[in-house]
Design a protein around this ligand. Structure first.
Ligand code: DQA
Length: 143
């Protein structure tokens, strides 16, 4: 589970958009689901694009799938797009908010063509569903 910029501030950051759950709360919910599914989850959050690139590269060797909330890099990062295209493991993109119901600039999603799927607009539940989807894909399930 890789979360990008500003997601460390969940809970205090624009609660009218992102709600009151912290990233630690989200992690707890995801870990509960992971236990149910019998999978191990590594949680990483970074405010730095280069660190996120390194984590994606590392995931290709150490993980079976990635659930990615790229934060604002969703709308800008060709480097993240290329990293996702470069690795073979499935990447599921998640967002807490429904980006399509927000500012026009958020409708440009540069990672969308290279991720296996997206879950958005469901708050922390987007992460939980993202994990379910990632496990399904990692276990050889089809779309
Ligand atoms: C976000 C949506 C992005 O547009 C925004 O820049 C974020 C959070 C979400 O989870 O809703 O930082 O990825």
């Amino acid at each position: 589970m890789l979360s990008g910029p500003n997601l460390n501030l969940l809970g205090e950051r624009e609660p009218e958009v992102y709600g009151h759950h912290t990233l630690a709360d989200v992690e707890r919910m995801v870990r509960e689901k992971a236990e149910e599914l019998g999978v191990e989850v590594r949680f990483v959050q970074s405010n730095h694009e280069g660190v996120m690139l390194d984590e994606l590269h590392r995931a290709r060797l150490e993980c079976d799938a990635v659930v990615l909330n790229p934060g604002a890099f969703t709308h800008t990062s060709i480097a993240l797009r290329d990293a996702i295209a470069a690795i073979r493991i499935p990447v599921v993109e998640v967002h807490l908010s429904n980006v399509h119901a927000r500012e026009a600039f958020r409708r440009r999603m540069v990672l969308a063509p290279v991720v296996r799927g997206q879950v958005l607009g469901l708050g922390p539940y987007s992460y939980v569903l993202g994990l379910e989807a990632a496990v399904h894909l990692a276990r050889g399930g089809s779309r």
